[in-house]
Design a protein around this ligand. Structure first.
Ligand SMILES: [Zn+2]
Length: 311
């Protein structure tokens, strides 16, 4: 994609955010979304559909089982934000409950989830942890993580109690995989969204720019990086967790506010993740990655993980 404008409406670049819902409540992310909406951003807010056991799993937060939260999420959707999927809840659920939660998602939001991301620690995560990688790279990962995640996530393993690969294939269009320290996600992964024939239960994968917490987000979105994203005519799909200190006691982090306001004044295409990926898919067509392309993505991610601890 060149800077000679391939973006709709004569926009110079594209920017969106996929926000993992970990720890999120209306109190801690509500002000963030009001601010984004006022700035003209329309991004993707992921949800958990059902409550889990509060004593299990990571990063317990609100789910769509809570009426006030659900009302707020539905209002966001009505304002043009995409509602994404971050597994059914904060810990794993067996296959029948996954199917029921996906049905519930459709009841609540009127459509299947278009974009999704695995939540760390959820047993039904699909092609996750060591299964993100191929060949020797999988073994390097397992050695680095001391085999803590070895074959631990089984959403793609047929016959397992957490298997839901067939539902994923039927219902979910885009799933996030690798994240990189690079604001121009499209530069890191020029062929996204892509299909990986070795991971057939996922229709299309997308990559993201790493903004998993407040300092990482602000660093990735520095003035210099914003200007480069614009100059390159690129696309950023930022990966983050807005519940992690972007707003404290109702007050937005000043640096985050400053950077997003600056970005909002640029001529960018500020649409949700699935809208951006649908557009890339239309322009570039279906792309099944080659072995060399897969190796390149995996090596780059693994390299960053070794040196900086990318998630
Ligand atoms: Zn998560």
């Amino acid at each position: 994609m060149s800077a000679d404008n391939l973006w709709p409406d004569a926009k110079k670049f594209a920017f969106t955010i996929f926000d993992d819902t970990d720890n999120a409540t209306v109190a801690n992310v509500g002000p963030v979304y009001s601010f984004l909406a006022d700035c003209g951003f329309r991004t993707t807010k992921s949800v958990w559909v059902v409550d889990g056991n509060p004593h299990r799993g990571n990063c317990v937060g609100d789910s769509c089982a809570k009426p006030d939260y659900l009302r707020w999420v539905k209002n966001l959707q009505s304002r043009g934000f995409e509602i994404g999927f971050h597994n059914c809840s904060w810990h794993g659920l067996p296959r029948d409950e996954i199917r029921a939660a996906l049905d519930r998602f459709v009841d609540l939001f009127g459509n299947n989830p278009q974009s999704a991301a695995n939540h760390t620690g959820v047993e039904e995560s699909i092609y996750w942890a060591d299964a993100r990688l191929s060949g020797w790279r999988r073994w390097v990962y397992n050695l680095l993580t001391r085999f803590h995640n070895y074959k631990r996530f089984t959403g793609h393993v047929e016959g397992n109690e957490y298997f839901w690969g067939d539902f994923c294939k039927e219902r979910i269009k885009y799933l996030r995989n690798f994240t990189y320290h690079e604001i121009n996600t499209l530069k890191a992964c020029p062929f996204m969204p892509y299909h990986d024939p070795q991971r057939p239960f996922v229709n299309y994968w997308f990559a993201s720019s790493d903004g998993h917490d407040l300092p990482t987000f602000n660093e990735c979105l520095s003035e210099e990086n914003q200007d480069r994203l614009e100059e390159e005519g690129g696309a950023c799909i930022m990966y983050t967790h807005f519940a992690k200190k972007f707003c404290e006691d109702g007050k937005l982090n000043p640096r985050f506010r400053e950077l997003m306001l600056r970005l909002s004044k640029k001529n960018g295409w500020f649409v949700p993740t699935a809208t951006l990926l649908d557009y890339l898919l239309k322009v570039n067509g279906h792309h099944a990655i080659s072995n060399a392309e897969r190796r390149g993505l995996e090596m780059k991610w693994l390299g960053e993980k070794i040196f900086t601890g990318t998630t």
